[in-house]
Design a protein around this ligand. Structure first.
Ligand SMILES: *[C@@H]1O[C@H](CO)[C@@H](O)[C@H](O)[C@H]1NC(C)=O
Ligand SMILES: *[C@@H]1O[C@H](CO)[C@@H](O)[C@H](O)[C@H]1NC(C)=O
Ligand SMILES: *[C@@H]1O[C@H](CO)[C@@H](O)[C@H](O)[C@H]1NC(C)=O
Length: 216
């Protein structure tokens, strides 16, 4: 009788645990280990960094204008002020995490990307258009993101060829990648090819990168 009672108790507690886990938002970094990043700054080549970037109270602020120069002389890419994260990666499962803020008015701006791919130059771009987040120009991943902090987690499973986007700990989008390559994360502001606002800004804090632990 006593054994039965204890079994029942254990069963009920386990069940409660399952409900609690299901109810809570998942932590996308579970099973990952943090990797210490290095930053490289990219900004219009003719403009000093402090005229397009600031770092105060743990917050990176990036801004750029539609008629700014590209990041190096001779490049024909759109203007950008971005941090390129090192190290590069070529295999395994990697993750970017950060809190982002985009002020109302910024539109047609990539705020985070994975650079490098077998096909094309990028694996994923996340752009803000009119307060909505899109994967490149389409589809829409999330809406109504102006003037608030939101958490972005980007998981790149290079071996499995998949990219997953979480916003505020909820999985919002999953797609194939563009094949392996020399890969790295970037965040900041980078003008889209069309429909860009004259002024583009994003703010970021608590930016971290992670690598998935191998399980044996
Ligand atoms: C940084 O923090 C200090 C103290 O909390 C505050 O006075 C200041 O306005 C903050 N600066 C920015 C740019 O947020
Ligand atoms: C953004 O600004 C425009 C123009 O001032 C305003 O009409 C709109 O409601 C604002 N959007 C948000 C989400 O605050
Ligand atoms: C750019 O704006 C035009 C006109 O509003 C629209 O037809 C087009 O779909 C937009 N492109 C993107 C990538 O949002």
């Amino acid at each position: 009788m006593k054994v039965l009672y204890y079994s029942l108790l254990v069963f009920v507690i386990t069940l409660m645990g399952c409900f609690l886990i299901n109810d809570a938002h998942i932590d996308p970094t579970y099973g990952f280990v943090e990797v210490v990043p290095n930053f490289e700054y990219q900004k219009p080549y003719d403009t000093p960094l402090d005229q397009r970037y600031s770092y105060q109270n743990g917050t990176h602020r990036f801004w750029v204008y539609a008629d700014d120069k590209p990041h190096y002389l001779g490049s024909n890419t759109q203007p950008r002020t971005e941090i390129r994260i090192l190290p590069d990666y070529t295999s395994g499962i990697w993750q970017f995490e950060g809190l982002a803020f985009v002020p109302n008015g910024t539109s047609g701006a990539t705020i985070v990307q994975i650079h490098g791919a077998a096909h094309g130059s990028t694996t994923i771009l996340l752009r803000i258009y009119n307060g909505d987040m899109r994967y490149y120009s389409t589809p829409v991943i999330d809406t109504d993101l102006y003037d608030k902090w939101f958490k972005v987690n980007l998981i790149h499973d290079v071996d499995g060829g998949k990219v997953t986007v979480f916003i505020d700990n909820q999985e919002r989008f999953k797609t194939h990648d563009q094949g392996p390559g020399m890969l790295y994360f970037k965040f900041g502001v980078y003008g889209a090819p069309t429909n860009i606002s004259y002024y583009m800004e994003s703010r970021w804090k608590a930016v971290k990168i992670y690598k998935k632990m191998l399980s044996f």
